[in-house]
Write a protein that binds this ligand. Structure first.
Ligand code: P6P
Length: 334
């Protein structure tokens, strides 16, 4: 009988860690803890429709619990999965204005976790895929408890990045700088199983562009020329196809597996666009580069941007290198 080729995410993380004899295991535990949190969030997201219907009879669900916003629920699950482990010195969540300290009753560790607990959650009511995005940095301050400096680190210094897409299946995709690997949740056994090893963005690039074209009239002329170029497509052997879900993790996941370019540019009223740097663009940029692609603000690599505030936004061009290069070339012409 063929040997079972079942590789759980825990096994994959441990085997990757073995390449670093000096590794303490703390870093691997953070990834494993995130996988656990993802399973809990996945269950709640997949029940959301049902909970919502049953919840409509009052402000409580079938278990009599207060019906929470799923964003807050997801944040609490991630925070409580890791606040006591002694691996983190602080956390940053899209849902919290300030950094989230580790409670004094628990030991603090050497890593920082930054995350968007449930991006695109407004899509859940219409059953569109949503996601969790996370980024891990090493503490750089001499403090025991994390500081703002530990959080405001340039993306290129990330130790790991990943996302969970809650869609027709739940997938966790992560990188620690040794390639990009995808795991699909088997709910019948509650395990993330390796399903996409060493993901590479298709090369040569496939002709997809992903942008909210309704914003076209609000874009600067150079950005309008970028879209015009891809709409024409003549240089790349034919017309492009437009794909836009309006849920960052879903649009990125498709771009990672099928190729093309995702664009959320700034416009005249929001020059820095809508998407956040620290816990959206930066982790996805790390993954894109590890998968052979690129991520740019339109003028520089996302991973080279020096953050100045926790929730700062950035324009984002992400995906096949040659298309990101082309967008950057046109935008730099102004
Ligand atoms: P727009 C979802 O609200 C989100 O934050 C991202 O997931 C998504 O990429 C973006 O906003 C969509 O924004 O302006 O196209 O609706």
């Amino acid at each position: 009988m063929e040997g079972t080729s079942i590789v759980t995410i825990e096994r994959h993380i441990i085997e990757a860690e073995r390449k670093y004899p000096e590794a303490s295991g703390a870093f691997s535990n953070i990834l494993t803890d995130m996988a656990l949190a993802a399973k809990v969030i996945s269950r709640q997201v997949n029940m959301a429709g049902l909970v919502d219907i049953l919840g409509r009879v009052g402000r409580s669900n079938v278990q009599g619990e207060a019906v929470q916003k799923l964003d807050v629920f997801a944040q609490d699950v991630i925070y409580q999965a890791m606040d006591h482990t002694g691996h983190l010195c602080c956390m940053v969540s899209e849902e919290q204005e300030d950094l989230m300290p580790i409670p004094e009753v628990f030991p603090a560790g050497d890593y920082v976790l930054l995350f968007d607990p449930l991006d695109g959650s407004s899509n859940i009511d219409v059953n569109v895929s949503i996601g969790t995005i996370f980024s891990i940095h090493r503490k750089i301050s001499g403090e025991t408890r994390g500081t703002l400096d530990d959080c405001l680190q340039v993306g290129r210094k990330q130790l790991a990045a990943g996302y969970v897409v809650y869609g027709s299946s739940t997938m966790l995709v992560y990188t620690t700088g040794q390639g990009v690997h995808g795991f699909t949740l088997d709910p019948s056994i509650g395990e993330f199983l390796l399903s996409h090893e060493n993901i590479q963005i298709p090369n040569p690039a496939t002709r997809y562009y992903s942008a909210n074209e309704a914003r076209y009239p609000h874009w600067e002329p150079a950005m309008q020329r970028v879209l015009d170029r891809f709409r024409a497509g003549e240089e790349w052997g034919g017309a492009f196809s437009a794909r836009y879900i309006g849920s960052l993790v879903a649009d990125f996941h498709r771009t990672l597996l099928r190729g093309g370019i995702f664009m959320y540019p700034g416009d005249r009223s929001n020059p820095n666009g809508k998407l956040r740097l620290l816990y959206e663009s930066s982790p996805l940029a790390f993954i894109a580069e590890q998968a052979g692609g690129r991520a740019s603000t339109g003028t520089e690599d996302i991973l080279d941007v020096v953050p100045t505030s926790l929730h700062q936004r950035t324009p984002l061009f992400l995906g096949s290198t040659e298309f990101v290069d082309e967008a950057e070339r046109i935008l730099k012409q102004g």
